[in-house]
Ligand binder design. Structure first.
Ligand SMILES: Nc1c(/N=C/[C@@H](O)[C@H](O)[C@H](O)COP(=O)(O)O)[nH]c(=O)[nH]c1=O
Ligand SMILES: [Zn+2]
Length: 358
């Protein structure tokens, strides 16, 4: 029975995907005498936690109830009072937790508090599912750098454009819509200035997946992004441009006046580990890297890849000069190749979508 209610709590948590960053997804269900008397999900950072919503809905029925929650109840004063105290105040009889908090500072403290107050606590129901739900958040909390997804669309022979750099379109309308769903799951979209110069993309979430728009991050060492580029002028989503140390205040001024946030690195080049630290410092928990091939190559080189989402179209482009999905130096020895595990394969219209994880 515990699994049934925890599954519902997980579904509730998932419903807020893309809204809660930099907080995790959390769901809670209150059950009394075999009846669901309250439920809730954390919907937005700074707003009430899942347990608060669920207990509010339960009212007096919370007393003597069992509360199912997908993440250990918090025990520290964040922007809202601790949920562990609230559960104790509501005289809850039992609390079932799917997984403990990844933050070493608080891990286990909420559970301790509940046990000390005489509440019966069970930990680990559907732990796998609960950890998967917040894998990006857990990665960020434990490493302080964003979870990295590489995304590319390529032909059956691995090309992302023809030798004359034509690329519209390789994958179908449906596959391109699916990209927007994946974008929405991330705090930021990252591209190289080459993509800006080639496609003048908007890099926004559209096609009905709108919600919190991810930050658009352009890796642009020499600040070649045109001031008239969509991502500078459209004001639909935040735009950050990362430049090398040699770029001057003068050069950056017009972009700042256009509302762009400039990030100047300490070196004259943008190396991936330093970039990730800079983004992590600014609370970016997950990034969706859309290319081009050189940018993908630099993320691969530094082995900073947690997930790959590849869309493959049943077409052949050929040509030595046609760019493949991942450029750059690459690895010389097979032993150094980055090995992943295929987690998901599906057809989207005529195309194949493959999700693989490190
Ligand atoms: N050429 C293709 C893609 N191309 C991907 C990038 O080169 C585009 O600039 C980017 O997706 C445009 O973003 P937008 O302006 O927000 O629509 N991506 C795809 O999935 N299939 C393709 O066939
Ligand atoms: Zn809480």
């Amino acid at each position: 029975m515990d699994e049934r209610y925890m599954r519902l709590a997980l579904q509730l948590a998932e419903s807020a995907r893309g809204q809660t960053s930099p907080n995790p997804l959390v769901g809670a269900v209150v059950v009394k005498h075999g009846e669901i008397v309250g439920f809730g999900a954390h919907l937005k950072a700074g707003e009430p936690h899942a347990e608060v919503h669920a207990l509010r809905m339960a009212g007096e029925k919370a007393e003597g109830s069992t509360v199912y929650v997908t993440l250990e109840p918090c025990s520290h004063y964040g922007r809202t009072p601790p949920c562990a105290d609230l559960l104790i105040e509501n005289k809850v009889k039992r609390v079932v937790v799917a997984t403990t908090d990844p933050n070493p500072l608080v891990a286990g403290k909420g559970i301790e508090k509940l046990k000390r107050a005489g509440i019966d606590v069970t930990v680990g129901v559907l732990k796998e599912e609960a950890d998967a739900l917040n894998e990006m958040f857990f990665h960020y909390i434990s490493t302080k750098v964003p979870y990295v997804t590489l995304k590319y669309a390529m032909s059956l022979d691995g090309k992302i454009a023809t030798k004359t750099r034509e690329s519209k379109w390789i994958t179908s309308e449906e596959a391109r819509r699916d990209v927007h769903r994946e974008r929405r799951m991330h705090d930021a979209i990252v591209v190289g200035v080459g993509t800006i110069l080639a496609d003048d993309p908007s890099l926004t979430v559209r096609f009905g997946h709108e919600g919190k728009q991810p930050i658009r991050v352009v890796l642009d060492t020499h600040l070649r992004t045109p001031l008239h580029a969509n991502i500078v002028t459209d004001r639909v989503a935040p735009t950050w441009i990362v430049v090398g140390h040699h770029v001057t205040e003068e050069q950056m001024k017009p972009y700042e006046q256009a509302g762009v946030r400039m990030i100047r690195m300490n070196e004259n080049k943008i190396d991936v580990p330093s970039l990730l630290l800079e983004l992590g410092k600014r609370n970016v928990m997950s990034i969706f890297v859309e290319g081009g091939a050189q940018v993908h190559g630099s993320f691969l080189r530094s082995r900073s890849v947690q997930q790959v989402i590849a869309y493959i179209a049943p077409m052949l482009i050929g040509g030595d000069e046609a760019p493949s999905a991942i450029g750059g130096e690459g690895f010389g020895r097979m032993i150094d190749a980055l090995r992943l595990q295929v987690k998901h394969v599906e057809m989207i219209g005529p195309d194949i979508k493959i999700v693989a994880k490190g």
